[in-house]
Design a protein around this ligand. Structure first.
Ligand code: AHR
Length: 494
């Protein structure tokens, strides 16, 4: 049967902006994310996959992070510029050992970002690169010229600088990026960051490797040392946290699981909240003004590889469970919007928790895609405060808050409320008292399915898709919403 929850929503309060960069993306040279994903092989080499770009554009993606991931610290950017046919190959030792032809390099990546209407985030190579190599890359993309790198860029067909401000200084430098101690990384970070000079209007927004919250072995130690030793030169600290359900060797499959791994996924995903609190508390000590962004540069569900796929390609299906992990995680980010200002789901196409599964011309939107579509209403909107008696949903000794939410007001005055019901059995009715304003119209959409494992395939792409939502009533100052079991609802109020 139904369960009732009370919410009080304040409409006239001032809140922090929910930074649009929280809804960001990640495209690594991994599996079929770049080659065979964003790009498809045409008669003249790699070309942007038009249906992919079209579907992604509709999400208003604020940014896209490239070229890795772990790949960033083996990548040498000079191999990826100049005539495509003359570029040397690179062996992607990290992901499947495949040989790539470097057909996608800096020019192609920035063209993708432009086609998506997204800001590029470039991650430079610290692990196997040099200070000069990174400084040259920065000059290549940003110096107006004349200069050695601007001249080379012009020779390669792009006289104008691109103005790329977001710049990662290494990736996971505690692991695949060089297995460094935090003190050693902090020193190296300062060295590399020193030589990223502002050119014209472009000042670098320098992003340092943050802690590894997935394994969770060094969250405080890493953050403490890096903020203490290099904090004044850091603009963003990039923590990574993946939702892995079960032990690594027995991690959950994407579309075959029981209720223990349904509830387990949310319990694990919601650990994000604690990681953010712990890291923020340390950042607050070294940066009390809140200048430095906490970034969650990689997050999402990491399942067992699909049967028959190359394990190193990290290809996985995406079910309703993934969608709800996305919505509750985005709610955590919104709750911490004062400090958390950028996040990148891993990854956008064909890799881990993807937006789209792509096979040549065939493109299928995953349930996670639809959540990002719902949540784009919160981009750069002002967060509204609320209290919510969320109740609990429990199974087999694990329990999580049953209902999760975010509320915001956009610049046109519309109020957006997204609500998630994690309970796979019971509808949950939320009765929201709205204070400090009067709203007279509400409309909504819902994402749900009849099975926890429901997912979309190339053959059957519309199993989990948004539908108009009829379960909402606005009566004076009271909004009554009946959330179906295992659903995400997005409301637009005016
Ligand atoms: O997203 C896959 C990998 O996960 C990335 O390359 C790395 O940064 C992380 O460990």
């Amino acid at each position: 049967q139904d369960a009732a929850h009370r919410m009080v929503l304040t409409l006239d309060a001032e809140g922090p902006t929910i930074n649009r960069h929280l809804f960001g993306h990640f495209a690594e040279h991994l599996g079929r994310g770049i080659y065979g994903g964003f790009w498809t092989e045409g008669a003249d080499g790699w070309e942007l996959n038009a249906p992919v770009v079209e579907a992604m554009r509709a999400l208003d993606p604020p940014n896209v992070r490239w070229p890795g991931g772990c790949f960033a610290d083996v990548y040498h950017w000079r191999d990826g510029v100049g005539p495509a046919r003359e570029r040397p190959t690179i062996v992607n030792t990290l992901w499947g050992g495949v040989t790539e032809d470097n057909g996608v390099g800096t020019h192609e990546f920035v063209a993708l970002a432009e086609a998506l209407g997204a800001e590029p985030i470039v991650v430079g190579n610290v692990g196997s690169g040099t200070v000069r190599e990174m400084a040259d890359w920065w000059q290549y993309v940003n110096h107006p010229g004349p200069s050695p790198m601007a001249d080379l860029r012009a020779e390669n067909g792009h006289p104008e600088p691109w103005g790329v401000r977001f710049w990662g200084v290494g990736n996971e430098s505690w692991g695949c990026g060089g297995n460094m101690s935090p003190e050693h990384y902090a020193d190296l970070y300062k060295r590399y960051a020193t030589f990223l000079h502002g050119y014209g209007d472009v000042r670098p927004f320098r992003i340092a490797t943050g802690p590894d919250a997935t394994i969770n072995r060094d969250v405080p130690e890493w953050t403490e040392a890096v903020m203490r030793d290099a904090g004044r030169m850091i603009d963003g600290l990039d923590m990574h946290f993946y939702t892995i359900v079960g032990d690594w060797d027995d991690r959950t499959r994407a579309t075959e699981f029981g209720e223990d791994r349904w509830v387990g996924a949310f319990a694990r995903a919601l650990e994000m909240d604690g990681h953010i609190r712990r890291v923020s508390a340390i950042m607050d000590r070294y940066d009390p003004q809140g200048r430095v962004w906490l970034i969650v540069g990689e997050w999402g569900m990491w399942h067992a590889p699909e049967e028959g796929s190359t394990p190193g390609f990290l290809y996985q299906q995406n079910a309703l469970r993934d969608a709800l992990v996305a919505s509750v995680t985005l709610d955590v980010f919104a709750r911490h919007a004062e400090r958390v200002k950028m996040a990148n789901i891993a990854q956008t196409i064909n890799v881990l928790q993807a937006m789209l599964l792509v096979d040549g011309e065939r493109v299928v939107k995953t349930p996670t895609y639809h959540v990002f579509d719902f949540y784009k209403a919160h981009q750069d909107a002002e967060r509204l405060p609320f209290t919510l008696d969320a109740g609990t949903y429990a199974f087999g000794g694990q329990s999580v808050p049953a209902v999760s939410a975010t509320a915001s007001r956009d610049e046109t005055g519309h109020v957006h409320v997204t609500l998630t019901n994690l309970d796979p059995h019971r509808a949950r009715t939320v009765s929201a008292e709205m204070r400090g304003g009067r709203l007279s119209r509400v409309s909504g959409r819902v994402l749900t399915a009849s099975e926890m494992t429901a997912h979309n395939t190339f053959e059957d792409p519309d199993v989990v898709v948004p539908a108009p939502f009829g379960g909402v009533r606005l009566d004076g100052q009271t909004l009554t919403v009946t959330l179906p079991p295992m659903s995400v609802v997005a409301l637009d109020l005016q």
